[in-house]
Design a protein around this ligand. Structure first.
Ligand code: HAM
Length: 440
């Protein structure tokens, strides 16, 4: 037998954690993306496009241990240490600190695109995923925080999701207590990381090892245990627990103001106030939140206030707050709740010439229909009319136009409505009107 020197290049599948999106799945993802763009327009967020590849140092600076560890990092041929972006926020902060330095505040910036984290692939967790990201730059006022919460609620609502709630906390409460006890920022971040992973006992153990006061341990224990849907009641209990931890009390008051704005403004959504909740990213300084739906134990998004990141990248001290909604997870949630959205293409026309000689007429007609905004395709498989009609049914074609020599002589075509299976002869010049008139 002759030995083949050709490597077998068949049967490839995507690299672990990467996915192909077939038309139905791609449509679901793009539908969420389109909604997120619509929302950006409604809330007046301008889109910016930043590179997928950034300096590792920029992305790693405040990413937190977990994400830092999971970045796709490598050296490019020029010897630079670079990484695929695991999130948008550092890129936006970089822009605001440099090229957009002189832009008037507030700045509302929107990005959408793919991100990369070497996470363990599982339900709703992928190594390539998409976010719709909104950042409101330049305001430290609670109105700005309230806006990101309302925007998050609006996107979930517009998608039609039910039984969802926002988990809400404030980094300033725990950090306030720890700072007053002299715990340095690095140790605080370590503790916040543990809390993000819901490792409360380990966090408490670490706190005790650091050597804080007994009152501090007790206060933190109580805060970890507190949570509830009645925001004002939970916050009142937090305040009582905090006794004279002044910065933590100020943080609690800030959270109360934000929630008051939302409630008085009439945006109503379920919330769970959890003062002991933390997020993995290290740059947060104030409000933090994550939306959830029941039955799905993974966050649909995440956001919060980060008032020091832009300054860290060499910009003016600039307060900022933002949120990233996970497009994949929102699409997955919509699928779980069996939410159907209207197909983007409502009318789909197939043009079938009954003879080869009429192909140029078919091509010409398809061009004309498309110019009039009607999605059209020409039969390109050389099928007979009856075979082409069977195929049209399978592919959800709504209208078929049949071109025959006799009708064409009279400037007429046969228009078949695939839904009610009725066909009629219409004048060529009235074809678009006849197609558009049908309610599909
Ligand atoms: P994050 O919580 O790391 O926050 O990510 C936000 C959302 O992205 C998550 O809630 C989830 O929906 C989605 N996501 C994250 N990792 C994966 C994954 N491996 N597979 C699928 N979806 C995923 C941020 O990224 C911050 N930059 C948010 C922010 C913006 N904070 C202020 N401004």
């Amino acid at each position: 037998m002759m030995k083949s020197d050709v490597t077998n290049l068949s049967g490839f599948i995507p690299v672990r954690g990467m996915r192909d999106f077939l038309p139905n799945e791609a449509r679901r993802i793009r539908h969420v993306e389109e909604l997120s763009r619509k929302l950006a327009r409604l809330y007046l967020y301008d889109e910016v496009i930043t590179p997928i590849l950034e300096s590792h140092e920029l992305l790693a600076a405040k990413a937190g241990e977990e994400i830092r560890h999971r970045m796709y990092t490598f050296w490019d041929l020029g010897g630079r240490e670079v990484a695929l972006r695991p999130e948008f926020t550092p890129s936006i902060a970089r822009l605001v600190a440099t090229k957009m330095k002189t832009y008037p505040k507030p700045m509302r910036l929107f990005c959408v695109g793919s991100l990369y984290r070497y996470d363990e692939p599982q339900y709703g967790r992928y190594r390539e995923f998409w976010q719709a990201n909104y950042e409101l730059i330049g305001s430290s006022r609670p109105e700005a925080d309230a806006e990101t919460l309302m925007l998050t609620n609006d996107l979930i609502q517009q998608l039609g999701l039910r039984n969802y709630w926002l988990k809400i906390g404030h980094v300033g409460i725990l950090r306030g207590v720890m700072s007053q006890e002299g715990v340095d920022e690095q140790k605080q971040s370590r503790i916040m990381q543990l809390l993000d992973k819901k490792e409360w006992d380990t966090a408490l153990k670490l706190i005790k090892e650091i050597g804080v006061s007994a009152q501090c341990v007790k206060t933190l224990e109580e805060i970890f245990a507190l949570k509830g849907q009645d925001a004002f009641q939970v916050l009142e209990r937090v305040r009582k627990n905090l006794k004279d931890y002044d910065t933590a009390i100020a943080a609690t008051n800030n959270l109360r103001e934000i929630i008051e704005l939302i409630k008085k403004g009439g945006a109503s959504f379920d919330m769970s106030i959890e003062p002991g909740f933390a997020r993995g990213l290290e740059y947060y300084t104030g409000l933090i939140f994550e939306p959830y739906i029941s039955g799905m134990d993974i966050a649909l998004g995440g956001g919060g206030r980060y008032d020091r990141l832009i300054e860290l990248f060499g910009g003016e001290p600039t307060p900022a707050v933002g949120v990233a909604l996970g497009i994949d997870r929102l699409a997955l949630a919509a699928k779980e709740q069996k939410i159907r959205h209207k197909a983007a293409i409502q009318r789909r026309v197939l043009i079938i010439p009954i003879r080869d000689e009429l192909s140029s007429e078919a091509v010409g007609l398809s061009l004309r229909l498309r110019r009039e905004g009607i999605s059209a395709e020409v039969e390109v498989m050389g099928r007979t009319v009856s075979r082409a009609l069977q195929d049209a049914d399978r592919r959800q074609v709504t209208h078929v136009v049949i071109l025959g020599p006799d009708e064409l002589k009279e400037e007429m075509v046969v228009l078949r409505d695939m839904k009610n299976r009725k066909q009629k002869t219409v004048k060529m010049e009235q074809l678009s009107e006849a197609i558009l008139k049908d309610a599909h």
